[in-house]
Structures are given as structure tokens and as C-alpha cells.
Write a protein that binds this ligand. Structure first.
Ligand SMILES: [Zn+2]
Length: 270
């Protein structure tokens, strides 16, 4: 048993090296080579209880043998007591890692707030799952994200501001920057999430998202999916810019009314 575990650890480490060195397209190819199909190979490596500010969860760690990443899953409640019920209508958030926001509290995107709101909501509803996928930078990777941030921001009088696109006279659209730097736009795959859900016996979900592509990906994977909006009020102009880009460039169902920054007097700024 012990041997088996260290063997998988070694495989994961080799995979991590591979992921760091190779672009996403190579991983997609590797999936096909390894499995003969476009299906990821995952394995539950470990699990434990996890007490959090948002209640008591079960913490699961999955190895992804196709990308070499480790994905984290938290389930609300004690799984041994059947907290996922019959696997129907489970509230789900599939969250892509954004460590600048979640770990360093960067204020230019809404990722940490979305994650926390999802956990809070699941706790209130009584059961649900957060699948946290290591897909930084819309799947393009952490290096790509930081390359994009390099273009997106500039220092002015010792403060960080959004840089202005000379072509439009406005700040850059983050998604267009990925494109401009040669990174594939939103190359995230929910195939791993589908594999994880199936391994947990989940048949249908209510997905906390504004992104229609995520809903479609789960449906395509055979999971009955109903969207459940997750609306964030932007805390500042940087977040408002991202929400606007998501609505305009990616077809997210975000009501324009939600994309207004409230100033200190409670008045709405455009
Ligand atoms: Zn983010």
C-alpha cells in the first residue's frame, strides 16, 4: 500500500515537470496518447475532514495523471454520513485557481470573492461541492497570466494603474491580451471536473456560474446541469473591467447593472 502511494507521488511529480515545461496543447495530445481518448485519468490520492470559516467540509485531493496537476475538492458535510445524498441536484462550483487573488488578496479580479461566496452559499443550502482546478490564466497557465498582467498594468507615481490600449484609448481587455500574446483563449477543460463528479457518484448539479461554456462542458460530459448565477458586485474599477470583458467578450450572463462600482457615498459610478 505504502509503495503504491509513493509510486503515484513519483508519477505526479514527473507530470508536474511535464506541465511546467509544456504548453496546454501538449497536455491535450498527451491525454489522447495515454488514454486513446480525450479523457483525463484521475485518482483520489487522499481525503480528510476540513474545518473552515465556512463550516465543516471533507477535503479530497485528486491526482490528474494527464496534466500532472493535483486538483482539490471540498464537499460540504461528512461524506461518510452520505452528505451528497442521492447525487442529484448537488450545488457545485467548479473554480479555476487564481492564486494571486485567493492567496495574495490581489484586488484586480473577483476570484477570491466568488470562491468564498460559493462556499458560504453551499453551507447555507446544506450540501454541495467545490472543485478547485489548477487551471490558472484561463487554462493557459501561471506564466501566461503573469505575462498578461505585465501588459495589463503599469506603475504611475508608485501606484499600479490599468495601462491604456493606444488603439482604443481604454484599458486593455484581458482576454484580448491573452490572444495578442499568443496564448489560447479560455482553453480550460471541465473534463477533469466531469471525471471527479462521476467518481463521487454525482448525476445532476446546480452549477454556480455565469459562464455558459462551463454549463455546456458538464452537459457534454453527461452531467445533468442547471446554471445558478453567482453575482459579484465589483469592488473597484479593475474588477468592473473584467466583469465587462466577461459579459462582452465571453458571453457570460452578467447583468450590466451588476457591473457598477459603488463609491463611498453609496452612489454608483459608471
Ligand atoms: Zn482571478
Amino acid at each position: 500500500m505504502e509503495n503504491d502511494k509513493s509510486e503515484s507521488a513519483r508519477e505526479i511529480i514527473n507530470g508536474l515537470e511535464y506541465h511546467w515545461l509544456k504548453p496546454w496543447e501538449e497536455i491535450e495530445k498527451r491525454k489522447v496518447i495515454l488514454t486513446g481518448a480525450n479523457e483525463p485519468i484521475i485518482k483520489l490520492l487522499a481525503e480528510s475532514p476540513l474545518p473552515t470559516e465556512y463550516g465543516d467540509w471533507t477535503y479530497l485531493v485528486f491526482g490528474d495523471y494527464t496534466s500532472g496537476e493535483i486538483h482539490e475538492v471540498i464537499v460540504y458535510g461528512d461524506m461518510e454520513k452520505g452528505s451528497l445524498g442521492n447525487g442529484e441536484d448537488v450545488i457545485l462550483r467548479v473554480h479555476s485557481a487564481c492564486k494571486s487573488s485567493e492567496l495574495f488578496h490581489a484586488i484586480n479580479c473577483e476570484c477570491r470573492e466568488e470562491l468564498e461566496k460559493a462556499m458560504d452559499l453551499i453551507k447555507k443550502k446544506g450540501r454541495g461541492i467545490v472543485i478547485y482546478l489548477m487551471q490558472e490564466g484561463g487554462g493557459a497557465g501561471l506564466k501566461a497570466k503573469v505575462d498578461v498582467y505585465h501588459e495589463l498594468f503599469e506603475w504611475k507615481n508608485n501606484k499600479i494603474k490599468l495601462a491604456i490600449d493606444p488603439e482604443t484609448g481604454e484599458s486593455f481587455s484581458i482576454f484580448k491580451l491573452y490572444q495578442k500574446l499568443g496564448y489560447k483563449q479560455d482553453s480550460r477543460s471541465l473534463a477533469v471536473a466531469v471525471a471527479i463528479l462521476k467518481s463521487l457518484g454525482i448525476k445532476s448539479v446546480k452549477l454556480l456560474t455565469n459562464n455558459p461554456k462551463k454549463v455546456q462542458d458538464l452537459v457534454d460530459g453527461g452531467i445533468k446541469t442547471e446554471p445558478l448565477g453567482l453575482h459579484i458586485k465589483p469592488a473597484n474599477e479593475m474588477v468592473a473591467r473584467i466583469l465587462k470583458a466577461k459579459a462582452e467578450d465571453r458571453g457570460h450572463s452578467i447583468n450590466k447593472k451588476h457591473i457598477r462600482v459603488e463609491n463611498k457615498n453609496g452612489r454608483k459610478k459608471k
